[in-house]
Structure formats: C-alpha cells, structure tokens
Design a protein. Sequence first.
Length: 81
Amino acid sequence: MSAPCQPEDVVEMLRDEGLVDLPAGAGADTDLFDAGLDSMAVMQLIVIVEEKWGVALGAADAHRDALGTPARLAETINARR
C-alpha cells in the first residue's frame, strides 16, 4: 500500500489542477469552499482523486465534512483506500 495522502499532497494537487484559487499560505485547514470550490469543481475533484489516488468518491462524499479542507479531503481519501 502506498503512503497515506497528506494535506500537503492535496494542496499540491489543487494548485496543479487549478480547481480553486488557493491563497499563498494555503495549508491543511484552508477552507476550499471559500477558495472557490463549487459544485462543478467538486465533480472534477472526484474524478481527479480517483485518477491520482485510485479512490472512488461518490455523491455521499460531496460535502464540506468530507472535502471542505485539504486535511478533511486527505482523511476521506485515506479512509476509502
């Protein structure tokens, strides 16, 4: 099994993909919805997570508690592995 996903991995992926406008000091607790994560970006994020980490996220995961911050998204990814 590969290393667990870390919040820093999520921040790097979000910067690479340009899904949200992360502030310069974005970290584990940055609110992704405040940074521009909307319903279309959530759908793109679900596809990217599956491609990058091999984790299938579904509609039940498309909410703030599961992916509202890099830390929460990393936890969700790791829980689905």
